[in-house]
Write a protein that binds this ligand. Structure first.
Ligand code: ARG
Length: 394
């Protein structure tokens, strides 16, 4: 995204992501009709939208259009290895929910529907887009569930990726227990109420304590992770309209937790600690101790989720499914888009068929737009980060 809010889609005209684009709407109605036998005639549908737009400077999608659009946004998600089941995305149309309490309750309900007692279901909840004179509710969290990060003098308790957000939540009156795994509150902003924080009820957050199939000491590390990864920072662009508050989730692939969240130097950074406990020589990289640590942490993640009855993918099986997705897309006459460095698993890459080819990495719409990047709203930022002030009715 450039500073003027323009998002570049190779092959598409520059899209100012917060304004309505009618030619994009028209193209979407055509795509909807082409892929869905029961969809309305795209020419009629488009004239209807034009009339509505002429009358009030905005138009609305139908729930069917949003369901299809959100599913295709998943199909187009370049960085996602898990797209084979894009048609199964459950779309909850909550455009009528505008109060902070209402948005919070719907986010919690999203988590319950998605968690489903461990049989995780892909879900997207869609809130109203910005409209002329009517800014949409906004969610400040990067994901519905994230752990707080408390910055100490030279170390962090919790998730270092969340220190800025945590400090901001604290400045608004939130306080966590101070453990490594305190679930952050939802921070919801509406024009009426400004920012309000909501604690997520504990029974809406399924978590898995991590144990290892062979090493009893692993449990004493007191590591855990939540079951549902629900991204809430990526605007969803469908048919010429940006839905900036549209949290969505799939289920985890083990390596996201075992090779990244718990291991990255700027996240929980447990590589050396686990290496020592495994009795490895952590002073000599050529012993490949890091590689062995990755294997054992990833085994612990898969083992623990399995033991808890919580759905999780492993990178070998998920790679097979991705190749099926690629083949299926090609059979349907579509180009499967992917970013190689994201879809190749962050462990044992060459053992995955995903590694052994290149992909077209251009982006397509409908799609999820890159997170605008979060900075704490400053005092005096009228509804922080909401673009409606710059909006001119288009
Ligand atoms: N990698 C992110 C995390 O660990 C989640 C990204 C989405 N992942 C997914 N399986 N849908 O929190």
């Amino acid at each position: 995204m450039t500073t003027d809010g323009t998002h570049h889609h190779p092959g598409l005209p520059d899209v100012p992501i917060h304004s309505v684009d009618l030619s994009e709407a028209e193209a979407f109605f055509r795509q909807h009709a082409a892929e869905n036998p029961h969809a309305p005639d795209p020419d009629e549908r488009f004239s209807e939208a034009l009339v509505e737009f002429g009358r009030r400077g905005a138009f609305s999608h139908t729930s069917e259009e949003l369901e299809f659009g959100a599913q295709v946004a998943w199909r187009n998600a370049n960085r996602c290895i898990g797209r084979l089941y894009w048609r199964s995305l459950i779309v909850r149309d909550r455009r009528n929910v505008r109060t902070a309490d209402g948005v919070a309750a719907e986010c919690v309900e999203h988590l319950r529907v998605a968690t489903n007692g461990g049989r995780i279901r892909p879900v997207l909840t869609l809130f109203a887009p910005d409209q002329p004179g009517r800014p949409a509710p906004r969610l400040h969290n990067a994901q519905l569930i994230r752990y707080a990060g408390y910055q100490g003098l030279d170390s962090v308790i919790g998730d270092p990726a969340q220190t800025e957000f945590t400090r901001w939540a604290e400045s608004l009156g939130w306080s966590g227990k101070g453990t490594d795994f305190d679930v952050l509150p939802l921070a919801i902003e509406t024009p009426e109420d400004g920012v309000r924080l909501f604690d997520i009820p504990g029974d809406a957050v399924l978590e898995v304590p991590l144990t290892h199939p062979e090493f009893p000491w692993f449990a004493e590390l007191d590591l855990r992770w939540h079951a549902v990864p629900a991204i809430s920072s990526m605007p969803l662009r469908i048919g010429g309209i940006t839905y900036r508050t549209a949290p969505f989730n799939g289920w985890y692939m083990g390596t996201e937790i075992g090779s990244r969240n718990l291991v990255d130097a700027d996240r929980y950074d447990r590589m050396t600690q686990v290496g020592r406990l495994l009795g490895l020589n952590v002073d000599d990289v050529r012993t490949l101790w890091k590689d062995r640590v990755l294997v054992e942490i990833n085994r612990a993640v898969l083992h623990s989720f399995d033991a808890a009855g919580v759905k999780i993918a492993d990178h070998h099986h998920e790679s097979e499914l991705f190749m099926r997705f690629v083949a299926k897309e090609e059979r349907a006459g579509r180009t499967p888009h992917a970013e190689w460095s994201w879809v190749v698993p962050p462990m044992s890459g060459t053992t995955s068929p995903v590694y052994h080819r290149y992909y077209d990495d251009s982006t397509a719409l409908p799609g999820f737009l890159p997170s605008p990047g979060w900075t704490p709203p400053q005092d005096g930022d009228a509804p922080a980060g909401c673009p409606h002030h710059a909006q001119t009715g288009a």
